[in-house]
Design a protein around this ligand. Structure first.
Ligand code: AMP
Length: 302
């Protein structure tokens, strides 16, 4: 089943207490694609500069990631740099250079326009809408990520886009900001009134919550003894979540609940090593084993 993602493909510089790098491949669409493609084939829409060579592109080799929608523009790729605190609980953005991303206008190859599952990564809400306008027919599920920059910077544009989507994946602080409600249940209800029928609130080490109709599911983060780098955890969660829905080929309450497990599992792998290193070597067998372990861990019956 076809799964489309639009978002950043980037170079990142990362500083964590457990390792640093001046330049590694990052970007929301990169994390998403590496995570999701373990479960379902992915079609990627994004832009890179001429510094993104065949060597960098090799990160996707061996995975079912279609790069026909990865545009190459003259100039430098998007660059982002972040530094984490000693306990990894907070991070500071040091540099954001939009470069070729500044004038990005997502263009869907014709073959992508029938995609059934669509993930609109964290970009300008007007551009997110522009992606939907290019679809031949209404996808089965459109999910969206956004951030404080768009919530406070372009609220009217974001409101228009929210009316068109099915599921919003967002972290707890952003949910509070978007809804103007501190209580997460009230925040989710408020977000329902803005358009989405499902709200997934990511809470880092505290796991994630699904609000759908009158039901709530809370999934823990998979407990890890050693974390290295939280970069891309949210995008990898989204990749696991959407990848599992695409392979289930359906969107109902049961499939959304199961997909939450795969979101949590892929997010947990992403943080084990610096950058995308762990996702690159990850296998489907490891994913399934951890998904089983997480289900066992959350079940009352032994
Ligand atoms: P996350 O840890 O989920 O915030 O994702 C981090 C990834 O998002 C990094 O690899 C960055 O390259 C990318 N990123 C950071 N800031 C932005 C932005 N403003 N727009 C798009 N992608 C970004």
């Amino acid at each position: 089943m076809s799964l489309l993602v639009v978002g950043s493909v980037a170079f990142d510089a990362l500083q964590t207490p457990f390792g640093s790098t001046d330049r590694t491949i990052g970007g929301a669409a990169t994390y998403f694609s590496l995570a999701a493609s373990l479960l379902a084939p992915v079609r990627l829409v994004g832009v890179v500069g001429d510094d993104f060579t065949a060597k960098e592109e090799a990160v996707f080799h061996g995975r079912k990631v279609d790069l026909a929608g990865l545009e190459r523009a003259a100039g430098k790729s998007f660059f982002w740099s972040g530094r984490y605190s000693d306990d990894l609980r907070s991070r500071e953005t040091l540099v954001t250079e939009l470069n070729v991303f500044a004038t990005f206008q997502p263009k869907l190859p014709n073959a992508y326009r029938d995609s059934q599952f669509v993930f609109l990564g964290n970009i300008d809400p007007a551009l997110q809408r522009h992606v939907l306008e290019q679809m031949k027919r209404r996808p089965k599920l459109v999910a969206l990520d956004t951030m404080n920059y768009w919530i406070s910077g372009t609220p009217a544009e974001l409101a228009k886009t929210l009316r068109l989507i099915d599921a919003l994946l967002i972290n707890d602080e952003e949910a509070v900001q978007l809804a103007g409600e501190h209580n997460l249940l009230r925040a989710a209800k408020r977000i329902f009134s803005m358009g989405p029928k499902a709200v997934i609130i990511k809470r880092g080490e505290y796991g994630a919550m699904l609000f759908h109709r009158d039901a709530i599911l809370a999934v823990p983060a998979y407990p890890l003894e050693k974390l290295c780098d939280p970069t891309g955890a949210g995008d990898s969660f989204a990749g696991g979540f959407m990848g599992d829905l695409a392979r289930q080929k359906k969107v109902d309450h049961a499939s959304l609940r199961r997909a939450m497990i795969y979101g949590s599992v892929l997010g947990s792998f992403a943080v084990e090593q610096l950058g995308v290193a762990r996702l690159k070597t990850l296998t489907r067998r490891e994913v399934e084993a951890r998904a089983k372990a997480l289900v066992r861990m959350t079940s009352i019956r032994p």
